[in-house]
Design a protein around this ligand. Structure first.
Ligand SMILES: [Zn+2]
Length: 407
């Protein structure tokens, strides 16, 4: 193989470990990169035979694909450190909404810039960004972070059937219609009317784009859908969104969304802390993804996702950090470390959730999520001392900021 461009020569990255994700770890592996694409991967002894370009030997540690964070709200980044961890999720939501409402546009934008930097520098190549204003988009466009933009819709009191672009002008813009990286997102079953859910689903389905929704994050959501009262009724009344003759569907959150046709293989349901066994089977049956944000759930007081039954049910799982209003940082290795500490026998699985599964959920597996010829050269390196617990050491090193980009 010869370098095709003297300014950007072909490079072989070599390390004690290469973690392709799409195949088992490779001891003494190599990845050859040409411009922005991976062109070869395998045992160094095979890959480097006949290779005449420069070789970067990174030594003790692992080369791995850039991570995929399927759920972040960059516009909440300015609230970092201002909304403390809470024991009750309702208290967290009240504090986060109050903080968000008090942000000046320039504070929000400065937070977005810091948030993008924090996501990318810690190892994430692709992020699913949930935006409420669209203000994060130009900053993402200028950054090295690849993204999918979910413009989040709220409207418990939007009751008339209507096209989405009539209710939200964002979706009538050419930049939204023509960009496959833009979708409509639904906030949650307690803040989106049935009509609005249908309009969101219709807009996304027509363009074959992924969609997202916060699902079963707090226990209060189950009570609200069953009885139509409690914290969420009070919240909607306080915000002037309550609908006087609202009739609760009296079903579980998953059953409710399924009845609206909102669960399918392009749906990223987020959190799922309070899903029951039947809703887990429903996600499996519909092919919907569940994006786990376990540290965020702990931070906000939402609870702990029931990972073992989710795995047993065969639910498609990916990972997200949620926002700096509701997590300690935006480093996705922290989510993998949390999962590995609670389920240490599944070590390799958490990297898959944070890479290839996330790329599949966002429909970007042709470019991201694993080290395979033809994919983007979005890869990095984590130094490892060689402890016996390989996966535990990898996630801890990444969570401590040990990841660095190659190239
Ligand atoms: Zn969220």
């Amino acid at each position: 193989m010869e370098p095709s461009d003297p300014q950007m020569p072909m490079v072989a990255h070599v390390a004690h470990w290469v973690l392709p994700v799409s195949q088992p770890p490779i001891r003494d592996g190599a990845v050859v990169v040409d411009h922005d694409r991976i062109i070869d991967i395998g045992p160094a002894a095979e890959v480097l035979a006949g290779f005449s370009g420069p070789i970067c030997d990174h030594g003790a540690g692992a080369i791995l694909p850039g991570l995929v964070n399927c759920h972040v709200h960059l516009e909440f980044s300015a609230l970092a450190g201002m909304v403390p961890p809470q024991a009750r999720w309702q208290d967290w939501l009240d504090a986060a909404l109050a903080g968000y409402g008090g942000l000046a546009p320039e504070e929000m934008e400065a937070g977005v810039i810091r948030g993008i930097e924090a996501v990318h520098i810690s190892g994430t190549a692709l992020a699913g960004e949930v935006t409420n204003t669209g203000c994060s988009r130009p900053y993402l466009e200028k950054s090295p972070l690849a993204y999918h933009l979910f413009y989040e819709c709220l409207g418990f009191d939007l009751l008339q059937p209507a096209e989405l672009e009539e209710m939200f002008p964002f979706f009538a813009q050419a930049g939204s219609i023509n960009d496959p990286r833009v979708s409509a997102g639904a906030h949650a079953p307690y803040s989106v009317s049935a009509s609005l859910f249908r309009a969101i689903g219709k807009w996304n389905d027509a363009r074959r784009r992924p969609q997202t929704v916060h699902l079963a994050e707090s226990r209060g959501e189950l009570e609200f859908l069953n009885q139509g009262d409690g914290f969420f009724r009070d919240l909607l009344q306080r915000r002037g969104r309550w609908v006087a003759d609202f009739q609760p569907p009296r079903v579980s959150p998953g059953a409710y969304l399924d009845s609206l046709g909102f669960l399918n293989g392009a749906t990223l349901a987020v959190h799922g802390v309070w899903l029951d066994s039947e809703d887990m089977r429903r996600l499996r049956r519909t092919g919907a993804w569940l994006v786990l944000c376990p540290r965020a759930n702990r931070y906000t007081g939402a609870g702990t996702p029931r990972v073992a039954p989710l795995l047993s049910a065969g639910v498609n799982l990916a990972l997200g950090t949620d926002s700096l209003a509701g997590n300690w940082d935006l480093n996705l290795f922290g989510e993998m470390l949390w999962l590995n500490r609670h389920y240490p026998h599944q070590g390799e699985l958490w990297l898959r959730l944070g890479t290839l599964n996330g790329a599949r959920a966002l429909g970007r597996q042709a470019d991201f999520g694993s080290l395979e010829p033809g994919k983007r050269a979005a890869l990095g390196f984590v130094p490892l001392a060689g402890d016996r617990d390989f996966w535990g050491e990898l996630y801890a090193a990444g969570a401590e900021g040990g990841f660095r980009w190659l190239g």
